[in-house]
Ligand binder design. Structure first.
Ligand code: PHE
Length: 343
């Protein structure tokens, strides 16, 4: 009797500690303790060796033990579902889930979208064109014949396999492609990447982005150009910003101008950004040169138009306080994720 008691207590400990990691282990448990040759049956078999006066007590003990083992068995079965380990006991389903990292827009894209959406409100559509361009669309049709000195204004990457191909030096190639389509009037903005063979530094890169604008119709005047750009500047930099046009030269526009805005960092009083001048240059523009219209099969006596082109990186650097243009193309998430909440 003493023996039986000790044994049962020992078995109880062993059974309490039993863990089943899968359905096989549960079955093993069943066979070992509840099977026909299992422990419960074996101990039951020992009843015959118990002295008659102890039989009642021993029977009770054994029954208790049997219930204990069966309860444990049910518990183990419950912890595995369909033969697979249940996670019910190990995972707290009330815990909040892992948040998925959300990507962010690139600052160049943010600035591009802002610029483009302002012109869209004026009725400009968005156009697109190739970054690998032939000489005619990047230069020739834009009134820059071979050996024209103005080609030196933009250091060009040439494609080795075909000397007629270049990486476009500006988005003005798409002006030509739009005009060639022969559908007038044209009112488009053209965002895109451009390439110039320049030494990479904190201030300049061998590729960057521009937004080009082109408007061709009857009776388009320089006044239209100015009003369009005034609207743009007000929307972009606020109504207090001052604007000035300086005469300039581009082979594909005549007359040509560069547009400055009063420095939006110091408000015009002079700082490092505007090099103490109070003004920041933001774009080049002008009336489309009659030669360019003729090159695209448009009658310059009937149609006139204006064009403008601006960089995206510079205004983005000023807006977000970025001091190195190389950051835009290094894909460092520590830099990129800072723009998560920017619109
Ligand atoms: N293509 C010129 C540049 O890259 C900008 C420009 C576009 C000027 C259209 C006038 C008209 O500098």
């Amino acid at each position: 009797m003493e023996n039986l008691l000790n044994n049962i207590n020992e078995y109880k400990n062993e059974i309490a500690e039993f863990v089943a990691t899968d359905a096989n282990a549960v079955e093993e448990f069943r066979i070992k303790y509840l099977g026909t040759k299992g422990l419960v049956k074996t101990i039951m078999g020992e009843m015959k060796n118990v002295a008659p006066e102890n039989k009642k007590e021993a029977g009770q003990l054994l029954n208790e033990f049997k219930v204990f083992v069966e309860t444990k068995f049910e518990e183990l079965k419950g912890s595995t579902v369909n033969g697979q380990e249940s996670t019910a006991n190990t995972i707290d389903l009330s815990l909040p889930g892992d948040t998925l990292p959300i990507g962010s827009r690139h600052p160049v894209v943010l600035m591009r979208n802002r610029i483009v959406s302002i012109f869209q409100r004026l009725g400009f559509a968005v156009a697109d064109g190739p970054e690998i361009e032939d000489d005619w669309h990047n230069f020739g049709a834009l009134n820059l014949p071979a050996h024209h000195p103005a080609r030196d204004m933009q250091d060009t990457f040439y494609i080795q396999q075909n000397p007629d191909w270049v990486l476009r030096t500006h988005t003005s190639n798409v002006q030509i492609r739009e005009m060639e389509k022969g559908k007038l009037p044209i009112r488009v903005v053209i965002p895109g990447r451009v390439y110039r063979n320049e030494t990479v530094s904190a201030r300049s890169h061998c590729f960057f982005h521009q937004v080009e604008g082109l408007y061709i119709d009857e009776n388009v005047s320089f006044a239209d150009l100015k009003q369009t750009l005034y609207f743009f500047v007000k929307e972009m930099y606020g109504k207090d910003v001052k604007v000035r046009f300086r005469p300039s030269y581009f082979p594909f526009t005549e007359p040509s101008a560069e547009m400055d805005v009063s420095c939006f960092i110091c408000g015009g009083s002079g700082c490092n950004i505007c090099k103490k001048t109070g003004w920041v240059e933001i774009l080049g523009c002008g009336m489309v040169h009659p030669n360019v219209l003729t090159n695209c099969g448009i009658d310059p006596n009937k149609y006139t138009g204006f064009a403008f082109g601006m960089g995206i990186e510079r205004p983005a650097m000023l807006k977000y306080g970025i001091n190195d243009i190389r950051l835009f193309s290094e894909n460092d998430v520590r830099f990129l994720k800072q723009f998560t909440s920017a619109i």
